[in-house]
Structures are given as structure tokens and as C-alpha cells.
Write a protein that binds this ligand. Structure first.
Ligand code: IP8
Length: 256
């Protein structure tokens, strides 16, 4: 099975509140279906989550009761986005069901607590694809927390042990500098544990909050001993499909 995260930068226009990129999402869903591979999809929140989350500092947890309507708003909006994504998946014949992470898990101090996965496993057992996403989730110590799509990916990687984990964003992969600002930025094609110390922790990557080093550490953990994590650009038509079919594409491959 291949676990895929469709980043918020490819399924939404991040500069406009609640702007769904239907055309691109539809194409990516068609590419996934055309590959014929068994997949599981997670998606980011894009402008259905980040705009309001930032406005009300939701990443800090409960600090002020004025944040509460914003929690409800973000939960509402990310569900709306998720239904738009599952609709596109169903159109290409993938029986997808949107599963908000807060409907089966809680968080504690910003980390997902996963005790019971019966609902998730039950869905996959009958051939339904559960689709998780970045959301706001009840937190035992902080009241609520932001659960990124990446955290949902980690949980699903642990539970379902995918052979490959793909992060689809609007850049080609990891670069030596920010490719949107620096024309000399070079794509890093392969990353492994031994390179970790030489990577500039200040660099950032699309759809990721926090430094690149932390992101790579998380990816190495997700890969386990035998798997691989891949970062690729979903705005280039056909690239995801080619990758899924086993062809060589422009991307960054992270392996232990
Ligand atoms: O788009 C963030 O998830 P991400 C979730 O995967 C919210 O980083 C609600 C901002």
C-alpha cells in the first residue's frame, strides 16, 4: 500500500480563505486511480484550516474563550474540504470516506493518542478508504490542538506499514535553499540518516510547519527500516501517476 498526503498547497489556493482547487484535486485523484495501485489518502487543510487557525492562534491551544468559535469554524471548514476531496475520489471509483482525526482520536500536549483503531481497520477491511486530514482535535492538556495531516500520516504509517509514503506539494522536493526565493536552490534527490547533520535546520518546505530537519527526522521514522518517503510536485501533470507506476520522476527520496 502507498500512503499519500495531498498537501494543502495542491488542493487549495492557500492565499484565499476556503478556495478549493477542484481542477487540480480532480486530476490528482484521476492519476491515483489510473496508477492502479492500492493507496490511502490523507490531505492537508490549506486555506480551509490555516487562515482561521492563524488568526486565532489555535496552535497554542486554549488560551482565551474567544478562540472557541474559531475551533468550531475550522472543524466545520476542514470537514467541508474533506467532503470535496472524497467526492473527487468517488468520481474516479475510489470508495473514500472522510474520517476526521478528532472523531476517533484525542490528543495530549499536541500529540495524537491512538488507543483504538477498530473503526479505521474495519473500514479498510471491507475495502473502504478512510481519508484523514489536518484538523483541530480535543487535547487532554491544552483543551484543543492542531492535528496536522502529517501527524495523521504518522499514525497511519504505524498502523498500516505502507511500502512508500508520498508527500505531494507544489515544489519538486527538498532544496538546498527556498526554491521560490533563491534561483540557485538545488534539489536534493536522496536523503538518508547520515546526511541529517549537514542539513540546514532553518530551511522550510512547502506544507510543513517547523524546520526541515525535524521534518526529515519524522520522515525517517515513518519509513521504518524498509520503506521510503518521497516528496514530489503534484502541480506537474502526470508526475504523481508516473511515480506511482514506478517510473523515474523528479522528486526527493528519503530512506534510512
Ligand atoms: O495542512 C493543518 O494541517 P496541515 C490543520 O496538514 C489545521 O498542516 C487545522 C490548520
Amino acid at each position: 500500500m502507498i500512503l499519500i498526503k495531498l498537501g494543502g498547497s495542491v488542493i487549495t489556493d492557500k492565499s484565499q480563505y476556503k478556495k478549493f482547487n477542484r481542477e487540480q484535486t480532480s486530476r490528482l485523484c484521476q492519476e491515483i486511480a489510473a496508477s492502479g495501485k492500492g493507496t490511502m489518502i490523507v490531505h492537508g487543510a490549506g486555506s480551509f484550516g490555516h487562515v482561521v487557525a492563524k488568526q486565532y492562534a489555535l496552535q497554542s491551544g486554549l488560551q482565551d474563550f474567544r478562540q472557541i468559535p474559531a475551533v468550531a469554524r475550522v472543524q466545520h471548514d476542514t470537514r467541508e474540504l474533506s467532503l470535496l476531496v472524497t467526492e473527487e475520489l468517488m468520481k474516479v471509483g475510489i470508495p473514500a470516506v472522510s474520517v476526521p482525526p478528532g472523531s476517533c482520536f484525542v490528543m495530549d500536549n499536541g500529540r495524537l493518542v491512538v488507543k483504538d483503531d477498530e473503526a479505521l481497520k474495519g473500514l479498510t477491511h471491507i475495502g473502504v478508504m478512510p481519508v484523514m486530514f489536518g484538523d483541530v482535535v480535543a487535547d487532554r492538556s491544552k483543551g484543543f490542538s492542531i492535528c496536522s495531516g502529517d501527524q495523521a500520516m504518522e499514525v497511519l504509517a504505524r498502523k498500516f506499514r505502507p511500502k512508500t509514503i508520498v508527500f505531494v506539494s507544489d515544489v519538486d522536493g527538498l532544496f538546498t535553499a527556498d526554491p521560490k526565493k533563491d534561483p540557485d536552490a538545488k534539489l536534493i534527490e536522496h536523503v538518508d540518516k547520515s546526511m541529517l547533520n549537514s542539513i540546514d535546520s532553518e530551511l522550510s518546505v512547502a506544507d510543513v510547519t517547523g524546520g526541515i530537519r525535524g521534518k526529515i527526522e519524522e520522515m525517517l521514522q515513518m519509513c521504518g527500516d524498509s520503506g521510503e518517503c518521497v516528496l514530489l510536485n503534484g502541480t506537474v501533470p502526470g508526475r504523481l501517476e508516473s511515480f506511482l507506476k514506478g517510473e523515474d520522476v523528479v522528486c526527493t527520496r528519503v530512506k534510512v
